[in-house]
Write a protein that binds this ligand. Sequence first.
Ligand code: FE2
Ligand code: FE2
Ligand code: FE2
Ligand code: FE2
Length: 297
Amino acid sequence: MTDIFEAVRKDIADEHAAIIQYLYHAYATSDEGIRGKLESIARDEMRHFKWLNEWLVKHGQKPAIDRSSLISTGSFKFLIEADIKAETDAINQYIEHKALTGDKELIALIDRIIADEKSHRSEFEKILEELNSKDEVESNSSSSPSESPTLSAHEAALLQQALEHEYTSILQYLYHYFTTGSSDEYEDFSIDEMKHFGWFAEALAERGYQPLLEHKVGQIKVDPEAAAKSDISLEEQAIKKFSEAKERIQDKEVKEIFELALEHENYHSYSLKKMLEKMQESSVRKFTVGSLKDEEN
Ligand SMILES: [Fe+2]
Ligand SMILES: [Fe+2]
Ligand SMILES: [Fe+2]
Ligand SMILES: [Fe+2]
């Protein structure tokens, strides 16, 4: 019999893959309406990822940030068909996993998620219908000219590096959101990084480059002070990279993205330093009070 924690970890890895798979597909189309729908479904999967991890951590488990395999390339119609299949597989798996537990909270959560996945599946089916009817129209007309990229390969590489940094930051902040006491701050930081991730990925996609959605998460620190220190160093790397990138990028819109992200990273770095100071002050205070008590005895 599968252990419920193992089952939930598998669900989370699949949610993680769904987020990234749908984002890949969102960046593979130039149809803004369809892209918006895919991004919105990916955001729902982010919530599923977050809620299931919260449940896991509440039950004394480590957060799960592994990712299952995903489908990122193929014709756009093939991708949407893969998404319909992903939703069907998810629904079936959730039904199986629900039967493994008597935990009322988890059952309620899974029911809610299943309802979302069903609605996603019908949205994907509608997109597929839309594509099929477009095909009929387009086969009678000549194909539209594709936009040419305005970014040099070197500039695109800077965007790609920034994107990888954002993905890493999102996972690290979510992990710290799940495991440290400073959840409000970490939740805000991860939301900011998700926005940056979207800006960089869209900027690449809109200029004809396929964004690569990979992260570089290593060993994540769990002790709150060590966590804050590693986050400060992550922000400092971002500040350095983005400052250099914004000088080298010619594209005005991309330059502005780097400038705004840079402002946010400066603020993150400042807030993290404040957070660390507070932790250090309170641990000194605890130590002092403890030492005085020892002296009294
Ligand atoms: Fe989901
Ligand atoms: Fe879904
Ligand atoms: Fe960021
Ligand atoms: Fe940041």
